[in-house]
Design a protein around this ligand. Sequence first.
Ligand code: AMP
Length: 249
Amino acid sequence: MKILVPVKRVVDYNVKVRVKADQTGVDLANVKMALNPFCEIAVEEAVRLKEAGIATEVIVVSIGPATAQEQLRTALALGADRAVLLETELSVDSLQVAKLLAQLVRQEQPGLVILGKQAIDSDNNQTAQMLAALTGMGQGTFASKVVVTGNTVAVTREIDGGLQTVSLKLPAIVSTDLRLNEPRYASLPNIMKAKKKPLEVIAADSLGVSLASNVKVLKVTTPSSRQAGIKVDSVDALVEKLKQEAKVI
Ligand code: AMP
């Protein structure tokens, strides 16, 4: 069984992003980029399934600029077998990404597609769901446990106030939550080996999917800064302020 893992290049989660002066987005000049953390968990899960003898091949795919090859190489160093870059300099939104992935699913016929639940830049949390709709596959989103048995996969999902386990017929779509696994670090020998693994670059606009976006970002702003706190002398003063000023009790 092949596993397809879509991975996104995003601003590293340690970076404090700056909003551009014209409010059209965040400033990406000289900013450290990385593999989206939820995608890293997806790669780890796929590699573990291969190590357990359940998967035969792990293919990572990214849709984005030529520089996204860096993140594909990272995923190869973490254990993926080969990579595909659907290259475009356009900023594509989730529907275009899902349509491009659906094309690749048709070509590659994976038994499982494991995505991150969310890309930490746009926070959309919708590509896995859209891909499920476009391909007609069952979906197990926000997975904290994935067990493949025969031609089914049991996915334990993190839902409000508890866990839900669903059984999906393969091929299926899974999106990863934080607690699914703890991704490994890429060792130096594996980083070196990854340089020799196959990475195919395909022009995204050659797949017959319109890359024109239906979504226009009107503006991006920073959260308003919090007012400085104050110290009160006594519990009575605190209660008084909570009653009279904050009006929360
Ligand atoms: P989103 O729905 O945008 O929050 O992203 C959820 C997941 O979809 C990500 O964790 C990736 O697995 C996948 N994804 C989103 N955008 C891309 C992209 N440009 N290239 C590859 N995978 C993507």
